[in-house]
Design a protein around this ligand. Sequence first.
Ligand code: F6P
Length: 428
Amino acid sequence: MNTGKRIGILTSGGDCAGLNAVVRAVTRCAIEVYGWEVLGINKATHGLMSRPPQAIQLTTQQVDPYLTRGGTFLGTTTKGDPFAFPMTDGSLMDRSQEIIEGYYQLGLDALIGIGGDGSLAILRKLAQQGGINLVGIPKTIDNDVGITERSIGFDTAVNIATEAIDRLHFTAASHSRVMIVEVMGRDAGHIALNAGIAGGANIILIPEIAYKIENICQHIKQRQQEGYDYSIAVVSEAVRTESGALVEKGHFTDCRLGGIGQYLSERISAMSDAETRVTVLGHTQRGGISSPLDRILASAFGVAAVDLIAQGQFDRMVTWQERSVKSVPIAEAIKDYRAVEPNGTLANTARGLGICLGDLPTGRGAAASAAELRDRLVTADLSSGLSSGLSSGLSSGLSVDVSADVSADMSIGEHAEEKLFTTSAGAL
Ligand code: F6P
């Protein structure tokens, strides 16, 4: 069956693992199931702005080897809002119409845009202006796109950060040091909280929870008294200094976060007898081979996006909700920002494990207050009428709305099995 449809696909914003797996899934489904043509657009909207528009015809043979590979073979950009595009003479120009014309010059019937909330907002504006049939797919290691419980790239980033923490335990213990691991995530602490719990960190600092340096130093001291002469602290890049300042790298026009790990290292060593070292994971969290979970999510999102086009449903974004792929209007999908819930399941899990989140004194002497805090939070959930969703979600292993920071809707061991399967089978 060849219906003659021709669709385009582009990746926009920062890269992450799993993008190529989405392009592969879209290409396979469009060609194998629907008999359509697929054009891969180079460097996001820049490819549509170029003349002639820069795109390549994709085949299944071409995309199959990209299943596991990080990055995006189509290329991407984080620069150049087409509605205020920076020109070489320093002026800003509205180049949106050129992008729309590029779409029509390629003879496209629909466009799949893979991006975070910023990219999807721009693509939607272009689609509204130019009558482009757009379907969105959420990606970001920050996992902060409003409505979806998961975005492409997050799981791989958590795996990479967890592995780094696993490795740091040994060197930290050998030298009796406090190792500070700075992770990405922008304003959301999902990577830090998830990787910190998974990696057995002792201190986790996230932008959503204000800390006191005294609480951190006291936790380190308490651990020393209990016989642990080393500690691992995971800190999210947008955690602020004690005076509330963001720590940025260099002097750029855009905000490039980085350096809070070094700040904390200096403060902790000044206020305690601990020897500190800092590891900044940076862009390693976006690279490498994508995790099985990201490949599965990418495959499910890719197929669902093509199905939406086949059904003539546009201006929608695919989402992962309650164990399945759904779709919602793009405007609704990106309207809410998804930060870590400070009283959510994972923050409370961390507290329950005795991990210091910086907000309260911890250690054996403070155990009662941590338990009291959890009791208070559970009571708050009950009184807000959300408890049944929480308890049924937990008993079935589902993530639920009240715990916006629960990273995975799966049972214990399920992910490990996927890993084993993928390793032994070589590929999905
Ligand atoms: O939004 C994804 C992200 O990796 C953030 O976690 C990080 O702050 C930022 O992008 C880094 O951007 P860039 O690649 O421009 O340095």
